[in-house]
Design a protein around this ligand. Structure first.
Ligand code: PBG
Length: 326
């Protein structure tokens, strides 16, 4: 008897026709670092191809993203001055606030502006909140996070994304926004954020490595799955509109599980270390960049993510245009 092949065989048109995972550019979010100063576009040494932009250089990058079809960005700020209470995070003329105002001025409603709400880039000790001794003091930090989120929205942010992992911060931010009539502004919560070695290059980029200790008391232990689900469900209860799982690459089981447990969109953040690995491996000639990027992205989407934050957003947009993925 003639055996038929088990899988559908055919040409590229058929292979595309039967793809189970479909993606498009509207799901991409590009993380971007902004800094003080003028005429600066400074390459991040551990993330070749990624830069810190001064406000006057920012529009050029945003324009290029728009051209590629990437309409959403998430801002990270690098202030000139840091202090114990991270006041640069909520200053009216803080670096992210200025970046938001400039982006709005230049692009109006054509770009969707998200902000990372955290304190680690703004505190002199590099922790994600205010300290009490050597520990982050949860409740006083909530007030500052809420204030930061509000100032971002007032400066032009469409959405805020708290990444600090303090308990109760989604609710605190929701209440603060609502109290100012900003009930329509969504919160994307970094709900399931593991204490991860994959953040190494980001801390170099943002100068936010803790000056003592680590973040293990408030970020999650990567051995734990159920704890991740608990974080996700709590954030939904507190009013999160979108949940994020971070990092993406080593956590696709968590993405899948969160997607199955909640009724809101789930985002995956392919973090700095994932980017750095691909870049380093490519430079050494050990791996092929495009294929790595494509598989990492599709892995996250296949796990169920409907939003993908990545430093490779422009490259992915091109791969989608070319039909390599999509
Ligand atoms: C701020 C924050 C971090 C990242 C996103 N928001 C750093 C951290 O938690 O140490 C990491 C992003 C990346 O590695 O690309 N808390």
């Amino acid at each position: 008897m003639i055996q038929r092949p088990r899988r559908l065989r055919g040409n590229a048109i058929l292979r595309k026709m039967v793809r189970e995972t479909r993606v498009d550019k509207s799901s991409l979010v590009y993380p971007i670092f902004v800094r003080e100063g003028k005429n600066i576009q400074e390459e991040i040494s551990t993330m070749p191809g990624q830069y810190r932009y001064s406000i006057d250089r920012l529009p050029y990058k945003l324009e290029s993203l728009k051209k590629a079809g990437v309409d959403s960005v998430i801002f990270f700020g690098i202030p000139d001055n840091k202090d114990e209470v991270g006041s640069g995070a909520y200053a009216e003329d803080g670096i992210v606030q200025k970046a938001l105002q400039e982006s709005r001025k230049q692009f109006g409603a054509e770009l969707y502006l998200i902000t990372d709400v955290c304190m680690c880039e703004y505190t002199s000790h590099g922790h994600c909140g205010v300290l009490c001794g050597h520990d982050v003091d949860n409740d006083p930090t909530l007030k500052l996070l809420a204030r930061t989120a509000l100032s971002h929205v007032q400066a032009g942010a469409n959405m805020v994304a708290p990444s600090d992992m303090m308990d109760g911060r989604v609710l605190a931010i929701r209440n603060e926004l609502d109290a100012h009539g900003l009930t329509n502004v969504p919160i994307m919560s970094y709900a399931v954020k593991y204490a991860s070695g994959f953040y190494g290059p980001f801390r170099d980029a943002a100068g936010s490595a803790p000056s003592f200790g680590d973040r293990k008391s408030y970020q999650m232990d990567f051995h734990n799955r159920k704890e991740g689900i608990k974080e996700a469900l709590t954030d939904v209860e507190e009013g999160a509109d979108i949940l994020m799982v971070k990092p993406a690459l080593a956590y696709q089981d968590i993405i899948r599980e969160v997607v199955e447990q909640v009724e809101i969109p789930v985002a995956a953040y392919s973090v700095s270390g994932e980017y750095a690995m691909v870049k380093a491996g490519t430079k050494l000639g050990y791996v092929e960049e495009e294929r790595m990027i494509a598989e990492m992205a599709i892995g996250a989407y296949r796990a169920g993510a409907s939003i993908y934050l990545t430093y490779f957003a422009e490259e992915l947009a091109r791969l989608m245009d070319a039909g390599v993925i999509g």
